[in-house]
Every structure is written in C-alpha cells, then in structure tokens.
Design a protein around this ligand. Structure first.
Ligand code: PBG
Ligand code: ZN
Length: 333
C-alpha cells in the first residue's frame, strides 16, 4: 500500500459526488417502521410534550397521519394503545376486543392493506401499577400469569388484523406463550417480533410520559423495571435473551434502545440468521430535539448522523419516530 504523499485520502472526500459514490445510503422507507400512539375517543390529536412532532391519536385521527407516512413510502407502523377504562392488576383492558389499538388496527388494515401493521404487546399501559406484569400481594412479579395475559393480548391484535405482534414485557417464556396461542388459534401467518434484547434504559422517559405507563411509586413494589429488562452492563445475558426468543419461535429479533447499543445490534446479528430490528427509542429522539432547540447542534445533521450509526451496525429494520419525517431528513434533496 502506498502512503502519503502518494496516497491522499482526502481525494476520496473532495466532492459530494465522489463521496456519494462510496457512501452507504440511508435505507429506503420500506425498511423503516414508525412507532405511534393510539388513545380511545374521537377527534383527538395531542402533541406529546416530551416528544415534539409526535402525537397521541384517536383511531379516526390516526388515519390521516398514517396516510402521510404511507405517501412517503414507510413500510410499517408500530402501534401502542391506551385505555380510558379503569386499570387493574392484570391489565385486562389490554386484550379488550374493541380497545383503541384493536380498533386502530382494523381501521388501518381496511384503509391501507399494503401497510404492515405491528402491535406492541405489553400490559404496562393497562395495569394500575404501571408494571409490565401483574404483581402478587407481596409486590413480586407474576411472570407466568403475565405470559397468559400477553398471549391473550397478542391474540386480540392478531384477530384485529395485525401482521406482526411484538411482545415487549420481557417476561420469561412470553414468546413461547404467544407463539403457541397463535398456533392454537390458527394464526399461522402472524409474525412475532421479539423485543429480545431490551435494556432497562433511562431512554424510555418520554415514551412513559406519552403512554402514562411509568411504574407507580408505592411501598413494597419495585420502582423500576430492572428486575425484568436486561442489564446494560451484562451483554452476555442480553445476548442469551435473544437466543432464547429465537428458540421460542420469534421471527424477528430486536435490540432496544439503538444508539447506546450499536455493539449489541452487531452482536445479535452475528449470532442469528433472523432479521434484526433496531428501536431508536423516545429518549434518543427527544435528546436530539432538545440539543437542537438549545442551539447546540443542527437537527437535520444530528438525525442523519445518528441514523447512519444504526445503519452501520447492520440493523435490518429501523424502528424510529423520525420515520414520520422521512422526506424531510432523508428524502432526495
Ligand atoms: C412497554 C414499552 C416501552 C417502550 C416500548 N414498549 C417502555 C418501557 O419499557 O418502559 C419504550 C419505547 C420508547 O421509549 O420509544 N413495555
Ligand atoms: Zn411494558
């Protein structure tokens, strides 16, 4: 290999045209998934204070927003539901047939049959304590009962027409429970995307604000999700989680958050032949906006640079709130 002065790497960087010849490209919108929030009611479109540019929609208001995303070519959406009914220990409104998310799935599949609809399967927006599983009277988590509740919830989403169900509760055995419930009810085509490598992260704050799903602070109950979400200091344990989910019947694996865990995306993808999704979570979205608002960085550049990090890590699918503004950030200019 020649060296300076014969070799000058800046030659390969001199013009935008030369750079573009060799640069990776941002994946086409078909490889993006837009996460969004559904609330019961009608005519509701409220901006989420901690996530500027993202909203909670009632099912009727979600349709025009989905249309705007479909027009940009985005391939899939990920829906989070909420309830206006009383919450309980087991989160029973999660599997209500006419819940907001079930309604939204039906409406969207009717209006935009070509759009792939993914539903988040968890209980925390429906339990009165905000945990992802029912609690026993001693404050401990009832993992196995949670699996039954999650399977019921996933079935209600599949029955409404969800193409992919995505359990995010991090209960042991949840993927197997959902897979067998789907099989017993002949939902053989429904895909299962496991939030397989989901860390107990401080980056979910804006999401919990959007969903009203933060764990309640009560004596005798866990105050965080560290007892079930993966520890960010234990990569081997987190990798094992994705191996198990694959064994239990997942079709797609996921690493979440994305930007703080690019090494994990790469490792999970090396260890599996399944597709790997990266979830660029709420806190990762809002921190870029907050930085730009303070004048400490250019939002467009921050979004493109951080997204390219996820692309370099090898993710097959990018789940990101930026998807709703794909044209602005990644469209041809
Ligand atoms: C629910 C769930 C969470 C997220 C996705 N599903 C929050 C949590 O675990 O507390 C986070 C998504 C985001 O921050 O964008 N289990
Ligand atoms: Zn949850």
């Amino acid at each position: 290999m020649s060296t300076f002065p014969n070799l000058r790497l800046n030659r390969l960087r001199r013009t935008a045209g030369i750079r573009a010849m060799f640069d990776l490209e941002i994946p086409s919108p078909a490889k993006w998934c837009w996460p969004t929030f559904v609330v019961p009611g009608q005519q509701i479109k409220e901006e989420i204070a901690s996530m500027p540019g993202q909203f909670r929609y009632s099912p009727d208001q979600l349709l025009p927003a989905v249309e705007a995303v479909v027009k940009q070519g985005i391939g899939s959406i990920l829906l989070f539901g909420q309830t206006d009914q009383p919450k309980d220990n087991g989160g029973s409104q999660a599997w209500c047939d006419h819940g907001a998310v079930q309604q939204a799935i039906r409406l969207i599949k009717r209006e935009f049959p070509q759009l792939t609809v993914i539903s988040d399967v968890c209980l925390c927006a429906y339990t009165d304590h905000g945990h992802c599983a029912p609690l026993r009277s001693d404050g401990s988590l009832d993992n196995d009962l949670a699996c039954e509740c999650l399977a019921r919830t996933a079935l209600s989403h599949a029955a409404a027409g969800a193409d992919i169900v995505a359990p995010s509760a991090m209960m042991d055995g949840q993927v197997a429970a959902i897979r067998s419930a789907l099989a017993e009810n002949e939902f053989h085509h429904t895909l299962l995307m496991a939030y397989s490598t989901k860390f107990a992260s401080a980056c979910y704050g804006p999401f919990r604000d959007a969903e009203g799903s933060a764990p309640q602070l009560r004596p005798g109950m866990p105050s965080d999700r560290k007892g079930y979400q993966a520890s960010y200091a234990n990569a081997r344990n987190a990798l094992m989680e994705s191996v198990l989910d694959e064994t239990e019947g997942a079709d797609i694996l996921m690493v979440k958050p994305a930007l703080f865990y690019l090494d994990m995306i790469q490792k999970v993808r090396e260890q599996t032949l399944l597709p790997v999704a990266a979830y660029n979570v709420s806190g990762e979205y809002s921190m870029l906006i907050a930085t730009a608002e303070r004048g400490w960085g250019d939002l467009d550049e921050l979004v493109r640079e951080s997204t390219m990090g996820i692309v370099r890590s090898g993710a097959d699918l990018i789940i990101s709130y930026w998807a709703s503004q794909y044209q602005r950030f990644f469209g041809t200019r």
